[in-house]
Design a protein around this ligand. Sequence first.
Ligand code: MN
Ligand code: MN
Length: 461
Amino acid sequence: MTNEELREQLLAAPKNGYAALTQAQRAEMEDYCKRYAAFMDRCKTEREATAWTVATAEAHGFRPLVPGMEIHPGDKVYHNNRGKSILLAVIGSESLAKGANICAAHVDSPRLDVKPNPLYEDSQIAYLKTHYYGGIKKYQWPTIPLAIHGVVCRKDGAAVLVNIGEEDTDPVLMVSDLLPHLAADQMKKTMAEGIVGEQLNVIVGTEPLRGEGSDMTKLHIMKLLNEKYGLIESDFLSAELTIVPAGKCREVGLDRSLLAAYGHDDRVCAYAEIEPLLTMATPTHTAVCILADKEEIGSVGVSGMQSHAFEYFMELLCDAQGVKLAECFAHSFCLSADVSNAFDPNFPEVHDRRNNSQLNYGVAICKYTGSRGKGGASDASAEAMGHVRATLDKAGVVWQIATLGKVDQGGGGTVAAYMANRNIVTVDAGVPVMSMHAPMELVSKLDCYMTMLACKAIYLA
Ligand code: MN
Ligand code: MN
């Protein structure tokens, strides 16, 4: 055997996904990415993603799962967890005692949350005070157009939805930054300190009402909010208002091969999970799709992946089949569908190139995340990785390996550990993202499409 033949037989040779993409796949990919972009334009918070999913699932024949409900193979059910997280299932032909095939993504993203007592006036400028949510680089948030999304529970009990800054005719909001002419001291600070949390105050107005008083600009803003939404100042206390980048998902590159949007992490995997489920015929194993909240702050809270809401949903399904929940979990598999860090040639020093995901090389499978000595990682077994690899190969999905940067450079986690804690074999996989957690993140269309195909293959495994 020649060395060349040996090399071909023995050595791994990852290829750019475009090398083997057929014309039919390319057309499918473009259509898929158009639908994904439309989803991103509509859904910038976990609440909006949940509401969209409920409406879309209902339109595809999904029904709310209620205690005592009979379920049959092929049935499509969902559970709306308090408007902030959603669980869906297509019932398989096999009993749940044989386990479910689960895909779990999250629909919350880093952002600026409005504080409980946010509205104030300084120098006749009205501001909202914010508290950042998730891991952000604070200096990225001033001087970009911002929108406000969320819900306010008024004193009279009514819940009003707020969404300002997304329509072309809407005003946007903004955080200011210092002019370079006077930034001598600021520019000497570290990037972590150049803009601090308490400076992320969002300008909401500058025109004072006519009359006497030191709060006439604030009063003007409150008057506008009262006219539009019926709000009084104390209503901010019972509100979830979030400041997110304004604007739509855009194609990037002269070849249009990338997509820029706010919150690809992790709605790019959330969408990849939902779409194949909507039109799925009866699978062998029950297919379960999770869109979780609160991943960016540790999967905590009633809508986070550590919550018992998942057990509640799965137990209702298991009860209907007379199956023990523990039995179902023990035989289930979970793809923790979350994004990975795409190799960035501008910052080669933080990546291990041999083990990093790369744009256009397909869905990125990640054996472990965590930090330092794999601290906090789920660390999938050889068998679990083997299962994913074989499943994706069989389905013709382009995939690659991912790790979270160089050893000791930093780290992070996903919902994987919380799924594995439940005695469910779990592997991380998802779309490589450039500029992760920035106001606008970048992904490749090819990787988005391959991740959707991967979720589909896992459901049907
Ligand atoms: Mn994520
Ligand atoms: Mn994240």
